[in-house]
Write a protein that binds this ligand. Structure first.
Ligand code: PRX
Length: 628
């Protein structure tokens, strides 16, 4: 078998052969006639002419071999419940939800928005959509009404599936009222809202619109819904993500390419085997949850654990307890979760039998060396840092122990993954850079199978956002800085744009600014990401007030800060709330009016702001320094 480097080269230079072979990992109802169509680059269609179905590959395909094998284990330390769904019972649940959606007229190509906490019905709904050839769009439960409304207006779902509430750290977090509020803000209307009532939060159903999940489940129980065979390049889902503008982008994912890419990554990157257990601590509202809680492990015939809870309740040993109890062989988490655990009793790492665990994978934000060292020593297992994005759907850079075991380097997500023709390019010229040189991480198209096919409803924006950022050549910009060293190990050095990463949550500073500006007293604001020891980054806001004379005392300013924070909570959700909002007379801007964000970040982090020759008024930066 080829090593990591050689198989990567083959996947690029001879992509038909490479992916043609890998495609055998999934079931095709109709075989494809062409591996990839690159006649319309940067658009690419994978496995042209082939028809398949994600739900079939994740659920039906595994029914025969061992129907009683656990497929989905739900553990909630929030409501103290555990449930196991076997391959057979998962199939039954998914069919019941597919039947209820079908009864609402949901079919091929229709959108269904899923706004749910980490409960099994959320996974059933995703798989049910896939079964019907419908397109799901899961919205992260931590997001609030304005986020939701934007997504509803853009995706135009026929049906929304939601729940009365979730629970976080023992506190009920209502979902239904936020959705109701969002629907009031929306220009579009939906046909039906299916509500899984957990009895956590009392609400009044909207008559003629709201339907009860449990009632419908009972009504449709035992029905078998035929799998709809979907064109390989037809969308499987839309997942919204933040960028430079205030308007989130609907990342559109294909079907066949995604199935093949995930199946391949489950083997080469994660080394997960059918019958084993995968624990991913992300959330179904993020891409990691889509790929490695739901589709990846199930397509590989693994048992996947859906965990509703935090890493520290009832104590900091809960994740390791799950590893022992369910004999987890592959675990996927985020650096922030591990940093949270670092504050707990280190003995908790020794309390449980972790012999089943082969490796801990981490992604979503930079993995700092102290955290990597702490967890790797504590567990005595390989730590595999992997780098990717909502847009790509699966790792761009990672160690690939399923191909070849190579040493890892702390701070590096190792090597380019097969299929990704990654380069470090010069920001000014677009030219490829060599070892040790910092540049923008770019990918030469075609993007591999399963990576985004376009922005939902906006091909033009797909090209203008992602393929026009690097000068002089049409390559995909990751909007991350990076470099590779002499030994071929790659490093990520932060975003080139205004996206920030708070505890692994990707947020757009522009969206937060719009929310801060929505307060009647605010004239304008700048939101930046500032380094934070626990969360990686936190949002810091600087606001200019319309009538600063009304807020002169500390008490008045503090009260206003609390009000603005509450507004952000209500509009975007607590994840987006700035850690602090400070009031200044003016924002540091260039003479052409561009806010000098990098200078603000530098000042906040106590670093030298660098070249300030373009600044209009240097005293504005001074004021920022004083305000912190
Ligand atoms: O800046 C990079 C950072 O997270 C961004 C993508 O976030 P999201 O779309 O939420 O997808 C997360 C999928 C894992 C990237 O542009 N990022 C992701 N992984 C890493 C990372 N930064 C450093 N190291 C990583 N391993």
């Amino acid at each position: 078998m080829l090593g990591v480097k050689a198989s990567h080269a083959q996947s690029i230079e001879n992509r038909e052969v490479f992916w043609g072979q890998e495609a055998k990992r999934v079931h095709w109802h109709t075989p494809f006639s062409q591996v990839v169509d690159v006649s319309r680059l940067p658009f690419a269609s994978w496995f042209v002419g082939g028809k398949t179905n994600l739900c079939f590959n994740a659920v039906d395909r595994w029914l025969e071999s061992d129907p009683d094998q656990a497929a989905l284990v739900w553990v909630s330390t929030e409501v103290n419940e555990q449930r196991t769904y076997t391959r057979k019972t998962l199939w039954q649940e998914v069919n019941a939800v597919a039947a209820m959606l079908q009864a609402q007229g949901v079919g091929m190509g229709d959108r269904v928005l899923i706004y749910m906490p980490m409960i099994p019905s959320a996974v059933f709904a995703m798989l049910a959509c896939a079964r019907l050839g419908a397109i799901h769009s899961v919205v992260f439960g931590g997001f609030a009404s304005v986020n939701l409304a934007q997504r509803i207006d853009d995706a135009q779902p026929k049906v929304i599936v939601t729940s009365d509430a979730g629970s976080r750290a023992g506190k009920v977090t209502p979902y239904k009222p936020l959705l109701d509020r969002a629907l009031e803000l929306c220009a579009s209307s939906v046909q039906a809202v299916i509500v899984e009532n957990r009895g956590l939060y009392a609400f009044e159903p909207v008559s003629g619109r709201d339907l009860d999940y449990a009632d419908l489940r009972e009504q449709h129980w035992g029905q078998e819904v035929a799998v709809q065979w979907v064109e390989s390049s037809a969308p499987s889902y839309i997942l919204y993500t933040s960028g430079t503008t205030g308007k989130p982008k609907g990342v559109q994912r294909d079907t066949g390419g995604y199935a093949v890419a995930l199946a391949t990554s489950m083997d080469y990157v994660f080394q997960g085997k059918a019958g084993e257990t995968f624990l991913c601590t992300s959330d179904i509202g993020w891409v990691v949850g889509h790929s490695y809680i739901v589709y990846g492990p199930l397509i590989a015939g693994m048992t996947t654990i859906l965990y509703e809870g935090t890493p520290v309740r009832p104590d900091g040993g809960i994740l390791w307890k799950l590893v022992e109890q369910y004999k987890v062989s592959v675990m996927f988490s985020a650096p922030t979760a591990i940093r949270v655990l670092k504050k707990q009793d280190p003995e908790l790492l020794k309390k449980y039998d972790l012999s089943s665990l082969r490796a801990l994978y981490m992604a979503g934000e930079p993995l700092d060396e102290p955290t990597a060292n702490w967890i790797s020593q504590g567990l005595g297992k390989p730590i595999i840092d992997n780098y990717w994005q909502t847009e790509t759907g699966w790792p761009i850079l990672a160690a690939q122990p399923g191909i070849e075991a190579l040493p890892t380097k702390f701070g590096s997500p190792s090597f380019p993954v097969y299929g990704f023709d990654v380069r470090v390019v010069d920001e000014q010229t677009g030219e490829d850079l060599g070892a040790g040189q910092k540049g923008v991480l770019a990918i030469v198209p075609p993007l591999p199978p399963g990576a985004m096919s376009t922005i939902w409803g906006d091909d033009e924006r797909f090209v203008s956002t992602y393929f026009s950022a690097v000068p002089n050549r049409q390559v995909y910009s990751t909007f991350d800085w990076g470099l590779f060293d002499e030994d071929g190990y790659w490093f990520i050095l932060g975003r080139t744009d205004d996206v920030i990463n708070v505890a692994g949550h990707r947020l757009g500073t522009r969206e937060i600014e719009e929310s801060v500006n929505a307060h009647a007293s605010v004239a304008e604001s700048a939101v930046v990401g500032v380094a934070d020891a626990l969360k990686g980054q936190v949002a810091a806001a600087f606001a200019v007030l319309k009538q600063p004379e009304r807020y002169t005392t500390i008490e008045q300013q503090r009260a206003l800060e609390v009000e603005i924070m509450a507004l952000v909570d209500q509009q975007l959700g607590a994840v987006a709330r700035p850690a602090r909002i400070r009031f200044v007379n003016a924002l540091p801007k260039t003479r052409s009016g561009k806010v000098l964000r990098r200078a603000i970040v530098a000042v906040c982090e106590g670093r030298d702001p660098g070249d300030l020759t373009t600044i209009e008024d240097p005293s504005t930066l001074e004021q920022i320094r004083e305000s912190i």
